[in-house]
Write a protein that binds this ligand. Structure first.
Ligand code: PMP
Length: 357
């Protein structure tokens, strides 16, 4: 060990879902990407990018994008904080607001990046176990803490907490920052945006990576009271003023204004999701009631790892978490109908192979 290693800020890193490096035949149902392309307006905006202007720094306030977000949500531009995907936005929130010596609270099971950021920024935290049925119980958040974060709908469980439950958590946590991570809200559940007027300590976080088919562009944003956005910008400008690049700002604005296209596309993903239940049930799976673009499911006989390995060997990638309580589950992203059909065939094969062995 080198002497300087004693001072390294050590963390157990977040492990992202696998991204095949080269063009391949893999059926990718492992990172909750959208199976369909971004809107025609997005394609057009991408074609109109003036690459010769790339010698200039981007607009550090990302005004074109912020304006589009403000228009769509009907909130002031001073209530929007854009970032490089919602991971960047969430990370900035952790850095800016969670300076208390009291632990921040988030659910266990939940998005595994929360504990990673808490570790990186040396924020004390406590994971609050979800119920037997994987639901978030608001009463578990009636306690002294340094802040609250939860995704709604939750990931990887896919379950939505109804808006009454969200309000309940906010009502009991008025003195700390409460973050509702709405990465999957377009696929189900009720947004906490309607509670913003009532709770000036609420931050709602959104992403372009799921329902807007733009995971590769890296755009996300927070909506909150202007005082909160000001604190976030102060920290952001002190770390890296130019987070969003010019193409992301321009293309992101076009995506934000393609509401109709994305609404139809989202409906399609939801229909494919609902069609999955009887098929999976017939194959012996028990699947949680999803409000997202993925399914959280376990088989009555085979282990999660066994099915994960079997799918992988046949070129179908899904997500398996080697973690307590959920290691028998698979998280399967809703893909195109063709890819879902292929996956069902492979599952049938794996299960028959197991039962006949
Ligand atoms: N929150 C949740 C709950 C997620 O599942 C994800 C996707 N991994 C993110 C945030 C981050 O998404 P992105 O950085 O692509 O916006």
């Amino acid at each position: 060990m080198y002497p300087w290693e004693a001072c390294v800020r050590k963390v157990t890193p977040y492990v992202p879902g696998e991204q095949p490096f080269e063009e391949s035949k893999i059926i990718k149902l492992n990172t909750n990407e959208n199976p369909y392309p971004p809107s025609p307006e997005v394609m057009k905006a991408a074609e109109c990018i003036k690459w010769k202007d790339m010698r200039l720094y981007p607009d550090y306030r990302a005004r074109e994008l912020v304006k589009a977000i403000s228009l769509v949500h009907g909130v002031g531009e001073d209530m929007i904080f854009p970032g490089v995907g919602s991971d960047d936005v969430l990370s900035m929130i952790f850095m800016t607001f969670f300076g208390s010596s009291k632990p921040i609270l988030f659910p266990d099971v939940s998005y595994s990046f929360y504990s990673v950021w808490a570790e990186v920024y040396k924020i004390p935290y406590e994971k609050v176990p979800v119920g037997e049925d994987f639901t978030i119980n608001p009463e578990d958040y009636y306690r002294d803490n340094g802040g609250v974060v939860f995704p709604n709908p939750n990931a990887p469980t896919s379950l939505a907490l109804e808006i009454g439950g969200v309000r309940d958590i906010l009502e009991h946590n008025r003195d700390v920052i409460c973050v509702v991570d709405e990465a999957y809200i377009d696929f189900g559940g009720t947004s906490a945006l309607e509670l913003l007027d009532e709770f000036p300590n609420l931050i709602v976080v959104r992403t372009f990576s799921k329902s807007k088919s733009l995971a590769g562009l890296r755009v996300g944003y927070a909506i909150a009271a202007p005082e909160i956005i000001k604190y976030l910008n102060d920290v952001k400008y002190s770390v890296n003023s130019y987070t969003l690049n010019t193409p992301s700002i321009e293309v992101g604005a076009a995506a934000m204004l393609s509401g109709k296209y994305y609404a139809t596309q989202t409906e399609h993903v939801v229909l494919t999701r609902e069609a999955a239940y009887p098929i999976l049930a017939e194959l012996g799976f028990e699947t949680l009631k999803s409000s997202t673009n993925f399914l959280f499911t376990k088989h009555e006989r085979l282990s999660g790892k066994e099915i994960y390995d079997g799918l992988r060997a046949r070129g179908v990638y899904v997500r398996h978490f080697n973690a307590p309580r959920i290691d028998d589950y698979l998280r399967i992203t809703i893909g195109s109908e063709y890819n879902m059909g292929f996956m069902y065939d492979v599952l049938r094969d794996i299960i028959n192979g197991h039962d006949n062995a």
